[in-house]
Ligand binder design. Structure first.
Ligand code: ADQ
Length: 462
């Protein structure tokens, strides 16, 4: 069988089981694909190296080899905090207002991609399938080709691809996309992101594009762009839901919310997730229905992420302020309307919290997919399911908005829309909740992360 070489910014080794935390499903799926195919997972260790050279750390466990390198402090600043998280992340989430355009960090980004290529090339064997992940490593395919790697190389983008008129604000945009055309297969979460990419290739590069097959022909090479919506690790998640830890979390949530309906949000603390806008929507709901403060408790779980980047420090402050304002205005001695929890939980605990919450509020301003939406539905009791409220701007909307059934769709920028959706969900009769749940559950169960991995690898091989 062909070996698999996975390359991503960070390597999520299955150390202690369940400790993979925020990467849970994806890490598990890639680990199991690696176990099946045999192969290597290569990436940054997350550590800063003492010197420029940096050595490689190889580890083998359960038939999977992980290879990591440390990065010098300057590389971490320029590549990771800089270009990846202060330029590409905001730009690809349509946030030109937060995007920084610094030539120096752009150089650092290219330098680290070269460093990655240099380190990983000796590990690649003739028939290996190479699979590169996400926006940190867009130019890696080109860097590998320049070193003579002629294997099949695929790339998957976990985040959106922006519309051409936004993307061209990036200095050297053409240089970046040209490197992408060195891959054999490029995967996107939704057809919207794929179409934006094809549009760019045709309009800005004058490439020959076949929309149906997703083929892009350019300067003698051809690459295929397709959609592979990522899913959750259904079996693993259900197993987590049967643990004592999960049942405990479920009980804790129920007993603490008493007669009130619990509504939950679970996100990395990131401006793309629409958290302040969500709080505004909840504020609007309480303004419009002051008598319902006693019916609803909102629980927001949001562990901080990327804390070295200023826009992330800002969003945290803003969220604390907005939550504090509503709680200040609406709390009673025995009641706090919003519980804001600044930490992460295991998937077992999240399962229990989702299960105990009759409303799941997932309102990103823009999101590649959003697996929390799928996890929320997967954790529901089929005989008494809760209601998912979902942003139309999440990639998951392409699958979970099924002819007006499925999730209750909202525009996350509109507090009135969020308020209306909460009203609808609070009063929704059981029959409708079941019908909406039924419309979503098959795709969440069957289009899981294993079938996602398989589809991508099969196409890459072909
Ligand atoms: P993320 O932006 O991190 O991922 P998401 O898909 O919602 O977003 O979450 C990934 C995982 O993190 C989920 O399994 C979730 O349970 C976990 N997680 C999120 N918040 C958590 C919390 N507060 N505590 C514990 N765990 C938490 C990126 C893209 C997404 C895309 C994924 C996968 O931004 O659009 O869906 O990659 O491709």
């Amino acid at each position: 069988m062909t070996r698999l070489v996975i390359i991503s910014n960070r390597v999520a080794v299955a150390k202690a089981r369940g400790a993979a935390g925020a990467q849970g499903g994806l890490a598990g799926a890639l680990n199991s694909a690696l176990k099946e195919h045999g192969g290597i997972w290569f990436g940054w260790s997350g550590q800063e190296s003492e010197d420029e050279a940096g050595s490689m750390n190889l580890q083998r466990s359960d038939g999977v080899t992980t290879a990591t390198i440390d990065l010098p402090g300057r590389d971490i600043d320029e590549y990771y905090n800089g270009y990846a998280n202060s330029t590409l992340w905001p730009l690809f989430h349509y946030r030109l207002d937060l995007t920084e355009y610094e030539r120096e960090t752009g150089k650092g980004y290219e330098r680290v991609n070269e460093r990655f290529a240099e380190a990983v090339v000796p590990l690649i064997e003739a028939d290996d399938l190479v699979w590169v992940h996400d926006y940190h490593l867009i130019p890696l395919g080109g860097a590998l080709r320049a070193r003579g790697v002629s294997n099949r190389i695929g790339f998957f983008l976990h985040i959106p691809w922006p519309p051409t008129r936004l993307f061209v604000s990036l200095p050297f945009h053409e240089r970046l996309v040209r490197t992408m055309l060195e891959y054999d297969l490029i995967g996107f979460q939704t057809s919207e992101w794929r179409d934006s990419f094809l549009h760019y290739c045709s309009k800005e590069l004058n490439a020959e594009v076949d929309e149906d097959s997703g083929t892009v022909r350019f300067e003698g090479r051809s690459v295929i762009a397709r959609t592979y919506p990522i899913g959750i690790d259904w079996d693993h998640f259900q197993t987590q839901g049967r643990t004592g830890e999960s049942r405990n979390a479920h009980q804790r949530l129920l007993s603490s919310s008493r007669e009130r309906t619990a509504m939950i949000g679970v996100d990395r603390l990131d401006y793309s997730k629409g958290l302040p806008e969500r709080i505004d929507g909840i504020g609007r709901f309480f303004d419009q229905h002051p008598d319902r403060v006693r019916d609803l408790v909102f629980i927001q779980i949001a562990p901080p992420s990327r804390e070295d980047v200023k826009s992330y420090q800002d969003i945290r402050l803003l969220l604390e302020q907005k939550t504090g304002q509503i709680n200040g205005a609406r709390s009673e001695v025995d009641l706090v309307p919003i519980r804001y929890v600044n930490r992460g939980y295991s998937h077992a605990e999240l399962f229990g919290f989702y299960r105990g919450s009759k409303i799941g509020l997932v309102t990103p301003l823009r999101d590649g997919m959003n697996l929390v939406a799928k996890e929320y539905v997967a954790a529901q009791d089929p005989d008494d399911p809760g209601v998912l409220i979902l942003s139309r701007f999440a990639g998951a909307a392409e699958q979970l908005n099924v002819n007006g059934q499925g999730a209750v769709m909202v525009n996350p920028y509109s507090p009135d829309d969020i308020s209306d959706a909460i009203s609808l969900a609070l009063d929704m009769p059981l029959a409708e909740r079941k019908a909406r749940y039924e419309a979503m559950i098959a795709t969440i169960r069957d289009d899981n992360v294993q079938s996602w991995t398989e589809r991508f690898c099969t196409d890459l091989k072909a």
